[in-house]
Design a protein around this ligand. Structure first.
Ligand SMILES: NC(=O)c1ccc[n+]([C@@H]2O[C@H](COP(=O)([O-])OP(=O)(O)OC[C@H]3O[C@@H](n4cnc5c(N)ncnc54)[C@H](O)[C@@H]3O)[C@@H](O)[C@H]2O)c1
Length: 419
């Protein structure tokens, strides 16, 4: 195979072992893979994936390939690629991967272009970068598309904006919005792996620290919950009154970011918004404050302003950059302000990605079967897919639940019966 660009093929064997380790925790995807191997529902379908190149994504790519798809994979973030995994997919599965951890912006877009030049029938995005290029610089390839899927909240927001303006040219399924995705991946996955990333990068004790979480959406709820579990004093900042109320009643302090800036030891933003931790915040922060991001793009922290306010910068340890401000105060930025759980740790645990990627695989199959009747809109994951994944996951965990009796079903479907 010649069409690939990875760091070093000699890393492949280690990658293969780690991919196998992840597979052990992905029973639902494994079942789908076995069926795909028998039925080949994606035979001849060209799929371009723009996803974090992790051990879990490798299992998804293998599943799609076993289903008959011709797969090309590129990274959805310059810092999230696991180079051994990229090498293994090329060496052992003959999957064309274009991704190198730490690539610059030019290489990042060169790799995205390689995935687009595959002339996909289906795009599988995490942040809508493939869709975006196919609607701008590579419009000439859009006629090949039958549909796409989108993995993350920020991507879904971009795509809904495109659909609303009437510029979306092919149907997309919002995988992020499946219950079996965001309730587990965004909450428990981002929760655990963000804390993991911060700890691997800093080796700091969380117990007793003032830990500021910006946002109280699904990702931030998970982060706040886990930081609380580690003994941190958690403060939440929000712009949505409902979510602020939820945070208060979940037992957290809530205050404006400017107030939190004065007392926080560690900050994490997970909002999908820009300039959440701004110039004004840096000016108010204590000496030694640590700032990080777990939202999709590296726009949540005003890094350019931090650079302008600083007289000195140095890398003090892997994924930790020290900025010395003109007033001598030091602020530490983790992982260049990119998703800290993927930059400094390994992303979400496989057990949650099992459900997210089961959604991806089943939605690709659904798209192949149904594309002729779908419009150029953003669709929810079909309810039967969501339900099936939760049932399979429970089964794999060996957990049984009750079923409704005939009388209960009748009662719940009626309106006549009262006390
Ligand atoms: N790190 C990861 O691996 C990972 C995983 C899934 C999603 N994401 C990304 O994380 C981000 C959040 O996703 P989500 O599913 O939690 O979204 P969400 O829509 O559930 O929550 C976002 C929250 O941020 C709040 N917010 C917006 N602007 C704010 C501001 N200026 N200050 C404080 N709060 C603000 C909103 O009111 C909302 O409650 C997105 O960019 C998403 O793509 C990252």
């Amino acid at each position: 195979m010649e069409n690939y660009d990875v760091k070093d093929l000699s890393l492949a064997e280690g990658g293969r072992r780690r991919i196998e380790w992840a597979e052990r925790e992905m029973p639902v995807l494994r079942l789908i893979r076995e069926r795909f191997k028998r039925e080949r529902p994606l035979q001849g379908v060209r799929i371009s994936g723009c996803l974090h190149v992790t051990t879990e994504t490798a299992n998804l790519m293998q599943t799609l390939a076993e289903g008959g798809a011709e797969v090309v994979l590129t990274a959805s973030n310059p810092l999230s690629t696991q180079d051994d995994v990229a090498a293994s997919l090329v060496m052992h599965n003959e999957i064309s991967v274009h991704a190198i951890k730490g690539e610059d912006n030019v290489t990042y877009y060169k790799h995205i272009n390689a995935a687009v030049d595959h002339q996909p029938h289906i795009t599988m995005d995490d942040g809508a970068d493939l869709v975006s290029i196919l609607h701008t610089a590579k419009k000439n390839l859009i006629h090949h598309l039958i549909g796409g899927t989108e993995e993350t909240t920020t991507g879904v927001i971009r795509l809904r904006a495109m659909a609303e303006k009437g510029v979306l040219r092919y149907p997309i399924i919002a995988v992020n919005d499946a219950y079996t995705k965001y309730l587990f991946d965004n909450r428990y996955g981002t929760g655990q792996s963000t804390i993991d990333g911060i700890m691997r990068a800093t080796s700091r004790l969380l117990a007793g620290s003032v830990f500021v979480v910006c946002g109280y959406g699904w990702c931030a709820k998970g982060i706040a919950m886990r930081a609380d579990g580690m003994g941190a004093r958690v403060i939440v900042t929000e712009v949505n009154p409902l979510r602020a109320l939820e945070a208060i009643m979940d037992g957290f302090e809530v205050m404006p970011i400017k107030d939190a800036s004065k007392i926080g030891d560690i900050f994490v933003s997970a909002t999908g918004d820009i300039d959440v931790i701004s110039k004004e915040c840096f000016a108010l922060m204590k000496d030694g404050a640590i700032v990080s991001n777990s939202g999709h793009f590296n726009v949540e922290i005003s890094i350019d302003n931090l650079k302008k306010m600083s007289k000195k910068r140095r890398i003090i340890r892997d994924f930790v950059e020290e900025f010395t401000l003109k007033n001598k105060k030091r602020i530490y930025l983790l992982g260049e302000g990119r998703l800290i759980n993927l930059a400094a740790a390994e992303g979400h645990p496989s057990a949650v990605m099992d459900m997210s990627f089961a959604n991806q695989a089943l939605c690709a199959e659904y798209m192949v079967k149904n594309f002729k009747r779908l419009e150029k809109k953003v669709y929810s994951v079909p309810e039967e897919i969501d339900k099936k994944i939760s049932m399979l996951k429970l089964k794999a965990m060996g957990i049984k639940i009750d079923t409704l009796t005939k009388d209960q079903k009748k009662y719940l479907e009626s309106w006549e019966m009262g006390t």
